[in-house]
Design a protein around this ligand. Structure first.
Ligand code: ZN
Length: 496
């Protein structure tokens, strides 16, 4: 058997374990009876260990070393060796004892965070978070970095991106958007969202979500839609990409935009070919690029004037009272800007501010310029500077996200980058599809999704994000596109 064939076989074995683990993880959050949790944890632990062993196996290292010298590989095979080789080296650089010790500390820390948030007492969480920051720094040392320890952790989410680059992206965003938000809130005319108020039947909201997923081209024959508390998309394997959603009854929007968002992620994953799976490249180019696809469908489509010219009638099919509301009124009602304490509820204009303040804190923690004990103050000050509001409690502030309780650092920027990538792709899309708005007005997403498939989805993880955005837009990541998109759209919505 050739080295390449052995390498492919090895990846296929890892792929099967990963698929089984993904199915168990999906089931855990959707259908698993609560009493099954302890045994499920053991099964998941077993699968994770088996996958880790295969992913760090000496044999895989030997294949990679051979294939790195092989000039006859296809472009995709080369990308596979690069991506999987990097992951292999990183996984091998961390001692197993450290992984185990950190895992135990993580579950204690998560328990402390739950309690601290429940009782609004940051001091309960503080010693655990200090430990978690220590582990994150240690992990960065194992991985290695040139400039900033944060760079080593970012690599898991945004390959190639650095702390320095992030800072240079955030500066123009602040300059462009902080004063604009003030202007919007003091001089603008806010849209009237009262038309959305009501008490909506969750079953009808679920039918609306399915309808919306049909419209964007989500393939139900290769997927499923289930209920959860915190929506996510799960890729089980080829032809099995499942979405989840929740159905708050006070407005039709959260479940609608939830479905469009997860549907955007799912369209990406449903486009992966057998070859991408075979080479373990069936993932997004990065978390940020993945988020750009969900944001594209949720915001650039779902919150656009063109789409509501079509979608008003769809909404009225499910909730007849909307037949007398104009598409324009609905378009405006779903574009209200309101600073809020909670990131996951934030609108397009304020969302990135939530990320900037988290990034600044994380980078400070990693380099040691910010102490964990100062976090509540730092948090509240940043909320005031960016959004003009201060959370009433730490539970609604510094304690709101689960991520730090596991010591995950470097994850949040992807959420912001998704917005920036989507805004930067849009002008390129409009150049190729000058009649984009006309097709959205007919509820026809085929041209858009076809473009995304050809330019983003079909590559899987073969390109790093900076290379992909360069290919698509002809320039590196440039935050000015997002600033312009937001200023143009919301100056119009708020009649500035
Ligand atoms: Zn997302």
């Amino acid at each position: 058997m050739t080295t390449l064939a052995s390498y492919r076989d090895h990846l296929a074995e890892i792929g099967k374990l990963t698929s089984a683990a993904a199915l168990l993880g999906w089931d855990l959050q959707t259908h698993m009876p609560p009493k099954a949790a302890p045994y499920r944890a053991q099964v998941q632990g077993k699968l994770a260990r088996m996958a880790f062993e295969l992913s760090t196996d000496d044999a895989l290292g030997a294949y990679l070393a051979e294939l790195r010298k092989d000039a006859s590989l296809t472009l995709l095979e080369k990308a596979s060796v690069r991506v999987n080789g990097k992951a292999y080296d990183r996984a091998r650089s961390v001692p197993a004892a450290f992984v185990e010790e950190r895992q135990i500390a993580q579950s204690e820390s998560q328990g402390a965070w739950v309690e601290a948030r429940r009782t609004n007492d940051f001091s309960l969480f503080q010693p655990h978070l200090e430990k978690m920051v220590g582990y994150a720094r240690q992990l960065a040392d194992y991985y290695g970095y040139e400039e900033h320890p944060y760079d080593a952790l970012l690599e898991d989410f945004e390959p190639g991106l650095t702390c320095r680059q992030l800072r240079s992206i955030i500066e123009p965003l602040k300059e462009g958007l902080v004063p604009f938000l003030r202007q919007l809130l003091t001089k603008g005319t806010p849209p009237d969202a009262s038309v959305l108020a009501g008490d909506y039947d969750p079953d009808e909201l679920r039918r609306l979500a399915r309808h919306a997923l049909d419209i964007i081209g989500y393939d139900f024959a290769a997927g499923a839609l289930d209920d959860v508390a915190h929506p996510f998309t799960s890729t089980i394997g080829p032809n099995d990409v499942r979405v989840t959603n929740r159905y708050p009854t006070e407005s039709p929007l959260p479940s609608l935009f939830g479905a469009l968002h997860e549907g955007g992620h799912a369209l990406y994953n449903q486009a992966f070919t057998e070859e991408l799976y075979a080479l373990n490249l069936a993932g997004g180019a990065s978390n940020g690029i993945h988020e750009s696809q969900s944001r594209m469908i949720e915001n650039q489509v779902g919150r656009s004037r063109a789409f509501w010219k079509y979608f008003r009638d769809v909404l009225a099919e499910h909730f007849p009272k909307f037949a007398t509301v104009s598409p324009e009124a609905l378009y405006r009602a779903c574009n209200v800007v309101a600073p809020s304490f909670i990131r996951v509820e934030a609108d397009e204009v304020t969302y990135n501010f939530h990320i900037m303040l988290r990034f600044e804190i994380e980078a400070g923690l990693m380099e040691g310029s910010i102490a964990v004990a100062d976090l509540p103050n730092r948090w509240n000050q940043a909320m005031k500077d960016y959004l003009g509001i201060v959370p009433p409690t730490d539970s609604a502030g510094v304690l709101q996200d689960v991520h730090w309780s596991f010591g995950y650092m470097g994850y949040f920027p992807s959420y912001m980058l998704g917005n920036l990538y989507a805004a930067q792709m849009l002008p390129a899309i409009r150049r190729s599809l000058p009649t984009l708005d006309a097709s959205l007005e007919r509820g026809d997403l085929k041209p858009l999704v076809g473009w995304l498939r050809e330019n983003v989805h079909c590559h899987g993880a073969a390109y790093e994000p900076d290379e992909l955005i360069q290919r698509i837009s002809g320039e590196p990541l440039n935050p000015e596109h997002f600033v312009r998109y937001v200023r143009e759209k919301y100056s119009d919505v708020y009649a500035l």
